[in-house]
Design a protein around this ligand. Structure first.
Ligand code: AP5
Length: 209
């Protein structure tokens, strides 16, 4: 299956995508992760993207589309993939149709207050990218990743003003994709409010192997 994960920032797309990708044995392709990796390695792409991402804006369609097209040409995507955070605009969705066949667009349904709480407490591993939440999903040892022992940090775009901007950008540019995929009979809504294990269970029920 070729999945798209749609939904507001902090809805839990990345958290579910990591588990679902393991379960279906398909790659989890997160454009946000690819940009953050480039920022960490100070590549040309990373330098261009950093200020935009920190402020909660969107990297240009042109750059993002080329990056995803290139990633989907790799052999590991032949048996399916999860696209997490792409497409994020109508032009990205239209471009994607030219080089990929999507089976389902999974829409993470959750209200703004919940995402503000989730993003306000999120910490991520510098080494493996695993996400935690200081209150609801705390690491066993404060500041250390349970999986690899890496140092945990707060993303620059999880500052309150960036979170608000990301929600505005989501509403204006990304939410129209819900109708775009509904009109193509590809939209599958998922309740993103329950705990991660429950969301995974709901997902598995909807997409039995
Ligand atoms: P990206 O990394 O895609 O950010 P996002 O869409 O804002 O999504 P997040 O990673 O913030 O949230 P998530 O839904 O994955 O939630 P998570 O699982 O982490 O993109 C970052 C930036 O890159 C963009 O703003 C943009 O600038 C740029 N970019 C990326 N793609 C682009 C594109 N296509 N075009 C242009 N620009 C692009 O969970 C959040 C927190 O909640 C965590 O603490 C987690 O532990 C907790 N949590 C998760 N699930 C649950 C649950 N079920 N119950 C309780 N807590 C939970």
């Amino acid at each position: 299956m070729n999945f798209i994960f749609l939904g507001p920032p902090g809805a839990g797309k990345g958290t579910l995508a990591k588990e679902a990708a393991k379960f279906y044995n398909i790659p989890h392709i997160s454009t946000g992760d690819i940009f953050r990796e480039n920022i960490k390695n100070q590549t040309e792409l990373g330098k261009k993207a950093k200020a935009i991402i920190d402020a909660g804006g969107l990297v240009s369609d042109e750059i993002t589309i080329d990056l995803v097209k290139d990633r989907l040409s790799k052999d590991d995507t032949k048996n399916g993939y999860i696209l997490d955070g792409f497409p994020r605009t109508i032009p990205q969705a239209e471009a994607l149709e030219k080089f990929a066949k999507i089976d389902a667009a999974v829409n993470f349904d959750i209200e703004d207050e919940a995402v503000v709480d989730r993003l306000g407490g999120r910490v991520c591993c510098k080494d493996c990218g695993q996400m935690f939440h200081v209150k609801t999903m705390p690491p066993k040892v404060a500041g250390k990743c349970d999986k690899c022992g890496g140092e945990l940090y707060t993303r620059d775009d999880d500052k309150p003003e960036s979170i608000q901007n990301r929600l505005v950008v989501y509403r204006n540019s990304t939410a129209p994709l819900i109708d775009f995929y509904r009109n193509k009979n590809l939209l599958v809504d998922i309740d993103a409010k329950p705990a991660p294990e429950k969301v995974l269970e709901i997902f598995k029920q909807k997409f039995a192997k």
